[in-house]
Design a protein around this ligand. Structure first.
Ligand code: 5AD
Ligand code: SF4
Length: 443
């Protein structure tokens, strides 16, 4: 079908949302929607939203204010849909505050988008669909289309862990594992389209247990697919890091030596209050086992500072954990109180100024570790997937095994390839490399 209409999707938040946005575009293609560049030139706009912290969800309402004007300038000729986790959590509120929105849909119902578009046109009123349907949406989605050499593949969704600060178990629902045959079929189709790197996605990806099999097993199956040279996965929970998965890090050479394993905090008291279900020694033990299996493994984590009740001593434990483990890339956040979560009602909420100061101190330490790791990469040979066009003519940007962006000049002819480079310069947020073998190599 000719793509006669334009769809503009704006994505907030995690990689799960990036994947979902691509799938929404896939679902709407049969209706004639192709990619649009701006909301102004679009026939339909989707905001795929994030509810994880207050700042993220507030962005939605300011963006809607802008879209309202654009819709008015087009005499109403613009369909506005709000998807994702804010839609799931605050669907009614969105329709109340922004009655010009046509469609509100949660993360579990986007396979029904074509119906919703038709319904909105017929009814002339808003359509709200934030159900958790019995039928998993994956059964109704068209084949994923590759967009470059690196692809995301959703294998698991939702979360049963109920960390006391987190909205995910409420917005995304309980844990669901996609069946292995569907995942492997999607991986093969991506490989057929030239994809060399797959990132397996899930809110609790290592909790995947489709057909009674373990996540380590799934990784080994994906590794057997010809054409797939690199495998990553995100995001993991320490409790679900079983021995088989740890062993896979040593045995599956296609599995990248980089693991995002959020710990959130370093004090046992805070880990308990957060309901993380493990203490700091458990985390140290895991890191030790992982490094025994894969000595060049680099770790990344998320941290929250200023969780209710966090004292200077608790925070000192976080700094100490960071020093003991050593991380190469991290995301740190000030605790943000989320409606409906247990932590929102806890006593001893921490002062904003204290959170600010702790965040700055933690980020300094983490940045220091990142810088040291990057400096250590100077002169090393690394395999890089050239998946983005750089700013300068002929320049491409790729990802190292450790997720560092690597700029490489004069390689337009190698776009989309996995190439070996030598790291020649270190910059604060990226590296520069020079190609040493131009043929495709193994990771
Ligand atoms: N406040 C701050 N950070 C949060 N995260 C999740 N919920 C909150 C919250 N209420 C962070 C955690 C998680 C990451 C995706 O977002 O660190 O790992
Ligand atoms: Fe949220 Fe905790 Fe589940 Fe991660 S494990 S999605 S932080 S509840």
């Amino acid at each position: 079908m000719a793509l006669t209409k334009k769809l503009f999707v704006k994505t907030y938040g995690c990689q799960m949302n990036v994947y979902d946005s691509a799938r929404m575009a896939d679902v709407l293609a049969p209706l004639g929607y192709g990619p649009g560049e701006t909301p102004e030139d679009a026939d339909m706009v989707i905001l795929n939203t994030c509810h994880i912290r207050e700042k993220a969800s507030e962005k939605v309402f300011s963006e809607l204010g802008r879209l309202r004007q654009i819709k008015a300038d087009k005499d109403g000729g613009l369909i506005i849909a709000v998807a994702g986790c804010v839609a799931q959590a605050e669907g009614e509120e969105i329709l109340r505050r922004a009655p010009f929105v046509d469609i509100v849909l949660g993360p579990q119902t986007y396979h029904r988008l074509p119906e919703m578009v038709a319904q909105a046109a017929r009814a002339g009123g808003a359509v709200l669909d934030t159900e958790f349907p019995i039928e998993p949406k994956f059964d109704f989605l068209p084949d994923a289309r590759a967009d470059g050499p690196a692809a995301f593949l959703s294998v698991q969704e939702g979360c049963d862990k109920f960390c006391t600060f987190c909205v995910v178990p409420y917005t995304r629902g309980g844990e669901y594992s996609r069946p292995a045959p569907a995942i492997l079929a999607e991986a093969r189709k991506l490989a057929d389209q030239g994809v060399v790197e797959i990132t397996l996605l899930g809110q609790n990806v290592n909790g995947w247990h489709g057909d009674g099999k373990s996540f380590g097993w799934l990784i080994r199956q994906v590794a057997k697919i010809d054409g797939i040279e690199r495998i990553r996965f995100t995001t993991s929970h320490p409790r679900d890091m079983d021995d088989d998965l740890i062993a896979a890090h040593g045995e599956v050479s296609k599995l990248m030596p980089f693991l995002h394993l959020p710990v959130q905090a370093g004090s046992n008291r805070m880990l308990e209050a957060m309901n993380r279900r493990h203490d700091r020694d458990f985390y140290f033990g895991l890191v030790e086992k992982l490094r025994a299996a894969r000595p060049d493994l680099a770790l990344s984590s998320d941290f929250i500072v200023g969780f209710p009740g966090e004292t200077d001593a608790d925070f000192a434990d976080t700094l100490d954990l960071v020093r003991q483990v050593g991380f190469v890339q991290t995301y740190s956040f000030k605790y943000s109180s989320r409606p409906g979560t247990p932590a929102a009602g806890m006593p001893h909420q921490v002062d904003e100024a204290v959170k600010e100061a702790r965040l700055a101190e933690l980020m300094d330490l983490l940045q220091d570790q990142t810088n040291r790791f990057n400096a250590h990469c100077l002169g090393l040979e690394m395999a890089v997937v050239l998946d983005r066009v750089g700013k300068h003519p002929g320049q491409m940007i790729g990802r190292s095994p450790y997720m560092q962006p690597v700029h490489v000049d004069n390689v337009a002819h190698l776009a989309g390839k996995l190439v070996n480079v030598r790291i020649s310069e270190i910059h604060p947020r990226s590296l520069r490399g020079e190609v040493i073998h131009s043929e495709r190599i193994r990771a």
